[in-house]
Write a protein that binds this ligand. Structure first.
Ligand code: ABU
Length: 500
């Protein structure tokens, strides 16, 4: 019973050691119980409440901050409630996001990371983690296919930041004067990305002062892949207009369709026009770990930079995202500010390991330890099997959908990644001819089913419209806990919630 014990009784209080151990023991019990529940199919994925309900406080769970300290018993109750009203993203029936799953070793790594509570900017405060980052980046560069003489990189907070780095570095590579003189010293720059690519490319252009209107959106085929001929003609048009193309983003695993752009054809165009090629493999990068599927990223070795998020397909706990850069030294030249209070050059060790000055952050979270530990636990081959299993689940879903008259696939070909996109067609729409009225009604189906599904809490899946396609479900698999029985369950759940 911790009802008479307070924060002041824990370490660093004198004789606080036993109380601290007891408190942590209790907390670990709460966390372990949550971990076990996350894998149990009989438990809910979520216990949904509207924001105003949670804000007002549920069953004594108050978000308000007190003036006087509360006892540790209350804090443990708060910890339990925080997990209770959250979403179990490790549940085998959570299909909502590209990042899902609860990797036990990864979680252990995250716990250790928080315990160490250090900063990735200098070797002097993070000696082991800095070297682990170097080892991981080298391994990932090798898997991408770069030579030993090439390659640099950092782990940063998510794929959007990784993509932002790529635009920043490309601009600096061609126009180093931008670092001191700013955009006024530069011509009108243009970058290219496909219609199915992630919105972070446009966001990067906006953040970096290039302007989102200077991002040319290249057409895709029906499958969501960039059409190389369209890219080439867009580049020529931009040049004819007096603009300066400098950067092309190709996507390896688009967010919604899971499509892979034809990297070699795009690399040929970039080479002939002298443009920086970035490959956004935030989602698809994990397939490089699979002997069976890595062929889908053929040509990635020709990229100048690569985004790869191990927190997606490799199941590392959030966050874990790398920007890999082929040209060594560029990150440092582009971002270095030489703050003397932190990056002294007269330290007694090799200060090239003070990697913080390569980044656009100052303080940087340790994102590497959990991935390093997972890699030790699974080996590269273990990651490969994990990826294969997720894609097998996607194929199972695809096969089931093909057989069922109450569902319709958004595209008929086999999924390349683990994304499967489909509509549920309620009985009232099944015999309706295609046209605006059917589209209007079909557009309302997925949000209604999802709302009911969230209220019931037994599964979770995302939906979106895309181009001329009205709202459809996107099921993605990145959780190794998911089995084909969960896929079958999902279809039955959608059909029963959506039946009118
Ligand atoms: N950064 C893309 C993540 C999107 C998703 O999980 O659906």
């Amino acid at each position: 019973d911790f009802s008479c014990i307070y924060n002041k009784d824990l370490l660093p209080a004198l004789s606080g050691e036993d109380t601290t151990k007891d408190f942590f023991q209790e907390l670990v019990n709460i966390l372990l119980s949550y971990v076990c529940k996350s894998f149990r199919r009989s438990s809910k994925v979520l216990d949904f409440h509207h924001p105003h309900q949670l804000r007002e406080g549920l069953e004594g769970f108050s978000l308000e901050l007190p003036d006087q300290p509360e006892n540790l018993e209350q804090l443990l109750v708060d910890c339990r409630d925080t997990l209770k009203y959250g979403v179990k993203t490790g549940h085998p029936r959570f299909f909502n996001q590209l990042s899902s799953g609860l990797d036990v070793i990864g979680l252990a790594g995250e716990w250790l990371t928080s315990t160490a509570n250090t900063n990735m900017f200098t070797y002097e405060v993070s000696p082991v983690f800095i070297l682990m980052e170097e080892v991981l980046l080298r391994k990932m560069q090798e898997i991408v296919g770069w030579s030993e003489e090439e390659g640099d990189g950092v782990f940063c907070p998510g794929g959007t930041m990784s993509n932002l780095y790529s635009v920043l570095l490309a601009r600096y590579h061609f126009f180093p004067e931008v670092k001191t003189k700013g955009m006024t010293a530069l011509p009108r720059l243009i970058l290219f990305t496909s219609a199915h690519s992630h919105y972070s490319v446009k966001k990067s252009a906006a953040v970096l002062g290039i302007g989102s209107e200077n991002v040319v959106v290249v057409k895709c085929n029906d499958r969501g892949k960039m059409i190389p001929a369209e890219l080439e003609s867009s580049i020529i048009t931009a040049k004819d207009q007096g603009c300066v193309p400098f950067y092309v983003n190709a996507t390896a695993g688009t967010t919604v369709y899971g499509a892979f752009d034809p990297l070699n054809a795009i690399a040929d165009i970039c080479e002939s026009h002298g443009l920086w090629l970035h490959v956004d493999a935030a989602w698809g990068g994990g397939l490089l770990m699979s002997k069976r599927h890595r062929v889908k990223l053929q040509g990635i070795e020709r990229a100048w930079s690569v985004t790869w998020n191990p927190h997606k397909m490799m199941g590392a706990p959030l966050q874990c995202s790398a920007i890999l850069v082929k040209k060594r030294g560029l990150l440092k030249d582009c971002n270095q500010m030489c703050a003397e209070y932190l990056f002294q050059t007269d330290k007694h060790y090799d200060t090239s390991y003070d990697t913080g000055d390569k980044t656009i952050q100052c303080g940087r979270h340790v994102d590497v330890f959990k991935l390093w530990l997972m890699w030790k636990a699974k080996g590269s081959e273990g990651f490969g099997s994990q990826v294969n299993k997720c894609l097998e689940n996607a194929e199972h879903l695809f096969d089931k959908l093909k057989q069922r008259p109450d569902f319709e696939l958004v595209f008929k070909s086999k999924p390349e990644h683990s994304n499967v996109c489909f509509w549920y067609i309620p009985p009232s729409l099944r015999n309706m001819p295609p046209g605006p009225e059917r589209n209007r009604r079909l557009h309302e189906v997925a949000p209604k089913i999802k709302a009911k599904m969230m209220e019931q809490g037994m599964a979770m899946i995302g939906y979106q419209p895309l181009g001329d396609k009205v709202n459809f479900f996107r099921c993605v698999f990145s959780n190794p806990a998911t089995q084909t029985e969960d896929v079958d369950y999902l279809l039955e759940e959608i059909a029963s919630l959506g039946h009118d």
